[in-house]
Write a protein that binds this ligand. Structure first.
Ligand code: IMP
Length: 427
């Protein structure tokens, strides 16, 4: 196997950054295929924390090619700041970055529109990250999006900006803002972006195929999670991109036969930020305890995440939608410190989230006996093989694997690279 897609199997924030960072040690190319700087991947390298939003998580390995695919939306201002920050760590010094010519560009007016809409939405709020993600994807599907390739063609760029001005100014006016889109000023700003982006641009699909044909190892890095997928998630409380493994094909311009395996990442429990269904959400003190122990605050927005028990019906849906061949369970150390652990094995009235949706899903739980020994937190976070894990923790992993019919391929027991138990080679 030379290619592997790594995707979130919940509502995002599953720890994909750490997992991709660990797997990227053996990858020659890490290609991200969807989303934008709504994502926040926290990497801990030699005790130092690096948070990436756009740059693929392979960036911590000098020489590993990092590709931003056509399915992404890129805010050049954020991208430039992020590159500068990562370079301060001595990384990205070897021309590692490539950007698809067909990726779409987030302009300041997309960001502003996202925020204004959220402010005006009242009870209907989605709770977006306000980074302009939705408006940029909306422009793409509405056939007035501005791609990286358009930045390199000033004549085309001005025409596109003008079209966006006409499409969006009435809405801006309704939201109380006038003359937000200054075509000349934006064209000038974009000319600056084009200068430093030009050496990185590429045909992303060709780039990936070149690596595959040379027998090199390629990781496809997802963002967000299956339940935030625009087609298959908890619509309309979703992001605006294809977060499932199929998104790697459309987002990079390759065929499904190029993906040899798909690993889904799940936390040992569940979290969600923003609005929308969350059947296993814990209210009050119980949820706050997990939040505190797991440090569950958004890497992008700092928002506190809602927390709850692991939701197997939701995970089974994610396994189906992604065709998972492996499951990675992260943050097992957090759970090991809890006095009682419950797991949602089904929803009441045989609700199937794929068929019935999540709106009426009421979780039915099983309790896992034997948790609560305060020394376990320590033991789990030092574990280097499954045998180091206490019996009930192993039983919990077995229950998950059996229930979703996907083997567990890796377990993460802490933020550091070393705190990882490999069960199956990635490549
Ligand atoms: P948007 O992607 O900013 O439009 O936000 C849409 C929904 O997706 C909101 O509920 C966000 O909280 C959620 N979301 C977007 N990106 C992430 C992420 O990386 N982790 C978790 N939730 C996310």
């Amino acid at each position: 196997m030379t290619t592997l897609a790594v995707v979130g199997a919940q509502w995002g924030d599953e720890g994909k950054g750490k997992v991709v960072d660990v797997l990227a040690a053996e990858a020659d190319l890490v290609a991200r295929f969807a989303g934008g700087n709504n994502a926040g991947h926290t990497l801990v390298v030699d005790g130092k924390k690096i948070v990436t939003h756009l740059v693929p998580s392979g960036c911590t390995y000098p020489g590993t090619r990092c590709l931003l695919g056509a399915g992404m939306v890129i805010d050049p201002e954020v991208f430039a700041e992020e590159i500068a920050e990562i370079r301060k760590h001595g990384l990205l010094q070897q021309d590692e970055l490539r950007v698809s010519l067909d990726a779409h560009v987030i302009f300041p007016f997309h960001r502003e529109l996202d925020g204004l809409r959220e402010d005006a939405s009242g009870a209907q709020t989605i709770g977006t990250t306000r980074r302009g993600i939705g408006p940029a994807y909306e422009a793409k599907v509405g056939r007035r999006g501005i791609r990286v390739r358009d930045l390199l063609r000033p004549d085309r760029l001005c025409d596109r900006l003008e079209r966006n001005k006409q499409a969006l100014e009435p809405e801006f006016a309704r939201l109380g803002r006038d003359r937000v889109i200054d075509v000349d000023a934006l064209a000038e700003q974009a000319a600056g972006w084009a200068q430093w982006l030009a050496p990185m641009v590429c045909d992303a699909g060709a780039e990936v195929l070149e690596f595959i044909r040379a027998g090199k190892s390629v990781l496809f890095e997802g963002a967000q999670g299956a339940l935030l997928d625009v087609d298959h998630g908890t619509y309309p409380y979703v992001t605006s991109s294809s977060t499932i493994a199929g998104g790697a094909c459309t987002g990079l311009g390759i065929g499904p036969t190029m993906i040899n395996g798909v690993w889904g990442i799940t936390k040992a429990y569940t979290t969600r930020v923003g609005a929308g269904p969350f059947p296993t959400k814990l209210e009050g003190e119980a949820g706050e305890r997990i939040r505190a122990m797991g440090g569950e605050y958004g890497a992008t927005t700092g928002r506190p995440r809602d927390c709850g028990w692991l939701d197997l019906p939701a995970l089974r849906l994610a396994a189906r939608r992604n065709g998972l061949t492996g499951l990675v369970v992260t943050k097992l150390d957090v759970l090991a410190r809890l006095s009682t652990v419950e797991i949602c094995t089904r929803y009441q009235d045989d609700i199937d989230p794929g068929r019935d949706g999540f709106d009426d899903a009421v979780a039915v739980y099983e309790s896992i006996p034997g948790w609560g020994d305060p020394t376990w937190g320590e033991r789990v976070s030092k574990a280097r093989s499954l045998d180091d894990l206490p019996g009930p923790v192993r039983a919990y992993l077995d229950l998950i694997a059996e229930s979703i019919e996907v083997p567990i391929t890796m377990v993460s027991v802490g933020a550091d690279r070393e705190q990882t138990i490999y069960l199956t080679p990635a490549f």
